[in-house]
Design a protein around this ligand. Structure first.
Ligand code: SF4
Length: 721
């Protein structure tokens, strides 16, 4: 081959190898090497590249485990024991294959100079960056003793585990083995409630907790229209966006509703700007128009929603058979509906020939109205005029949007953009009701996507449960944590909090109102431990920091988000420096705390993967450790020909129907707050303005501008900084 024309030559005469050598030499010559943040990564690349002819490249099946909700599968290329490259690994369904620049830059993260190299104890003030190196034995002994002392003195709940989403491994990450420890010592785990409002609102309509509301992204290919609502997948979920673009090429129209002319808006067929925080008003007005103008899918509404159920006017409860027979066994209970053929009351299980969805009736002296009537009356205040005034979208444009929406299948692409408003859950509650009214859910090409989570029956009990000394995961919402630490109480009741262990999270960077760390959290915590791969802000303010091994240095298992696979992640390189895998760190602490019987020395990450996969339900699905070891990746649900559509057969509600009235709305976290009057109000979605940036708020006169941000393209939460 002619010199300078080797395959992969960057420019004539310069090969990749000589380029890397030259780059390193240039950097060194200019003195920039001391400040080049990717110095170590570049060195690794150069060294491996120099030896590339001599050393054999090994490829390991791996993954990007950040929390961008994409779960890209990666090949980890290793030479001479060093990670030299990451490339997208193929999924069996090639529609999902790909990764973004963040995934391609993981060599740099692996060898980042900000890696924590060995255990350290703070010797200066918190945040002063004065540390002394200690051994693992010293670190683990001190942590275990302090945890035990604090739990004995202040009670088991005084030790708090703060777990973020910086590692989505099922053994070492945020769903992993730390659960086994916290469920053995009865401590507290902070309740992550500052997002997921989309799922919280969806749950009131279609069930499935905060997670199970989205379709497999491939189903976007079947949509006539995709409405990207309050989301910027071009930056935040590039793999999903690629599928949306494929759909667009096939004729699907993409409309983006967003206050910002985002990269996604730019790539869409139509952009509808909206006032921040007013999305809820828009969807309520759309529902009103749809109901008032007969644009509902009547068959779907009768058969798949609770529209025909009857609400008591005296107490707001759904009328049941047990209302007239309090001794009725629960399994014999039933819902009343109105038989429109016989014009009389009927029970649902009697399968009346036809049911009324509108009307007010009296049954055995009890006045009732249908759920549909109640909802329809409720939304009458949300007129097009009002919606246009609040959203600044012209009335004609809203009408056009309604016509497009009902002419489905229409899919709404959303995620956590709107849910950062205090009315976020009401928006998704209304949006899921609108989808249910129009039959735009539970069928191909319709429904919602943006967050697709699989319901895979792993053996979590085998991993999480030991002596039933279960952690308290409910009492402290993360957003209230600073108050609990400050007051050592919650809801007026004592709740001493003295120590914290943070893993997979740069909480100081990620939580809102960061000043609270300095005013309330740090001064009132006696002992803080952070296990991380990098010296984050949170780690800098800890008392002990522990070096965790990075994703490529451990074996792990993952159930993907936003694609339908379960996959193995093979250890590609040895743990760098003096780091240890998170799972091993947890086991060491547990053993020092006297819990060795639950964390035997011979249980490594492979053994825990086997525990997770030891499930009869999984075996019935044909998913075993041996199969995963061989194939690396196995589909957990649906197929390329028949991708998973949420709600196709039933919804995860007590009746299996989509609920157009939520009889028992639950608070996201019930920590003793005053709920007077709130439960009744939250049974139906209503317009609740944003907290501050709203014309009716007195602050608005002084601060009329609203500051909102786009999702950063090159970060996932605080990772890749
Ligand atoms: S950051 Fe997200 S899109 Fe990028 S490689 Fe990782 S999982 Fe994939």
């Amino acid at each position: 081959m002619e010199k300078g024309k080797e395959r992969g030559a960057l420019i004539p005469g310069i090969t990749r190898r000589t380029f890397l050598k030259a780059s390193a030499a240039t950097v060194a010559a200019t003195g920039a090497i001391a400040t080049n943040p990717w110095n170590s990564g570049m060195k690794a690349l150069v060294t491996a590249s120099e030896n590339s002819q001599e050393s054999e490249e090994k490829i390991f099946s791996s993954a990007c485990r950040s929390n961008c909700f994409q779960s890209c599968r990666l090949n980890a290329h290793v030479r001479d024991g060093k990670l030299v490259k990451t490339t997208p690994a193929p999924w069996p369904d090639s529609e999902y294959t790909g990764c973004c620049l963040k995934g391609l830059s993981l060599v740099q993260r692996t060898y980042s100079p900000t890696r924590i190299k060995y255990p350290m104890r703070r010797v200066g003030e918190r945040g002063e960056d004065k540390w002394e190196r200690i051994t693992w034995d010293e670190a683990i002994t001190e942590i275990a003793e302090k945890f035990k002392q604090i739990q004995e003195k202040y009670g088991p709940r005084s030790l708090v585990f703060d777990v973020g989403s910086g590692n989505y491994g099922l053994v070492h990450g945020c769903l992993g083995i730390f659960n086994r420890l916290i469920n053995s010592i009865g401590c507290t785990q902070l309740n992550v409630c500052y997002d997921q409002a989309t799922g919280y609102g969806a749950d009131r309509v279609v069930g499935g907790s905060v997670w199970l509301w989205g379709n497999e992204p491939r189903t976007m290919m079947d949509a006539k229209t995709i409405i990207v609502w309050g989301s910027n997948p071009v930056y935040s979920q590039p793999q999903n966006w690629r599928i949306a673009k494929d759909a667009q090429k096939n004729g699907t129209k993409i409309i983006t509703i967003d206050p910002i002319y985002s990269a996604t808006a730019n790539e869409s067929d139509e952009y509808i700007p909206i006032v921040p925080g007013s999305d809820l008003m828009l969807v309520l007005a759309m529902m009103r128009e749809i109901m008032n103008n007969g644009l509902i899918n009547i068959e779907f509404v009768k058969k798949r929603t609770t529209a025909p159920f009857l609400v008591r006017k005296d107490n707001g409860r759904i009328l049941r058979k047990s209302d007239f027979n309090t001794d009725l066994p629960a399994e014999e209970d039933d819902y009343y509906v109105w038989n429109s053929v016989t014009n009389s009351a009927a029970l649902l299980k009697q399968a009346p020939e036809d049911v009324a969805i509108e009307g007010t009736f009296t049954i055995q002296g009890v006045e009732v109205e249908t759920v549909y009537t109640k909802l329809k009356n409720h939304v009458q205040e949300y007129t097009l005029e009002k919606a246009s005034q609040y959203t600044k979208i012209p009335i004609e444009k809203i009408k056009e949007l309604i016509n497009v929406y009902v002419d489905g299948p229409t899919m709404i692409y959303t995620n956590y953009g709107i849910d950062h408003y205090q009315n976020g859950h009401l928006w998704s509650m209304a949006a899921f009701m609108m989808a249910s009214l129009t039959g735009n859910i539970g069928v191909k090409g319709a429904g919602f996507t943006g967050l697709f989570v699989q319901n895979i029956p792993l053996n979590y009990i085998g991993m999480y449960v030991t002596n039933f000394n279960m952690a308290d995961k409910e009492s402290i919402p993360q957003t209230e944590f600073y108050k609990v630490v400050r007051d050592q109480a919650i809801g007026g009741k004592p709740y001493p909090v003295k120590a914290m262990y943070t893993t997979s999270s740069n909480s100081m960077s990620n939580w809102c109102e960061q000043n609270n760390w300095f005013t309330d959290i740090l001064p009132n915590l006696e002992f803080i431990v952070v296990a991380d791969i990098e010296m984050t802000d949170t780690a800098r303010h800890a008392d002990i920091v522990l070096p965790a091994s990075f994703w490529f240095e451990v074996n792990d298992l993952r159930v993907a988000y936003n694609n339908p696979y379960i996959y193995m992640q093979e250890k590609a390189i040895e743990p760098l420096y003096d780091s240890k895998p998170d799972g091993e760190i947890i086991a060491m602490i547990a053993r020092k705390m006297g819990l060795g019987q639950f964390f035997p020395e011979d249980m490594d990450d492979t053994a825990w993967i086997k525990v997770l996969l030891d499930s009869e339900d999984l075996r019935k699905m044909g998913i075993t450790y041996e199969r995963l070891l061989k194939e690396k990746v196995v589909r957990g649900t649906g197929s390329a020909e028949k991708p998973f559509v949420r709600g196709e057969g039933f919804f995860y509600t007590p009746t299996g129907r989509a609920q157009l009235y939520c009889e028992d709305p639950k608070p996201r976290v019930n920590y003793g707050q005053d709920l007077t009057g709130i439960i009744e109000k939250e049974r139906l979605p209503y317009f609740k303005p944003p907290g501050e940036a709203w014309p009716e708020n007195p602050l608005y006169a002084k601060y009329p501008l609203v500051f909102i941000q786009e999702h950063a393209r090159y970060r996932s939460h605080s990772q890749w900084f």
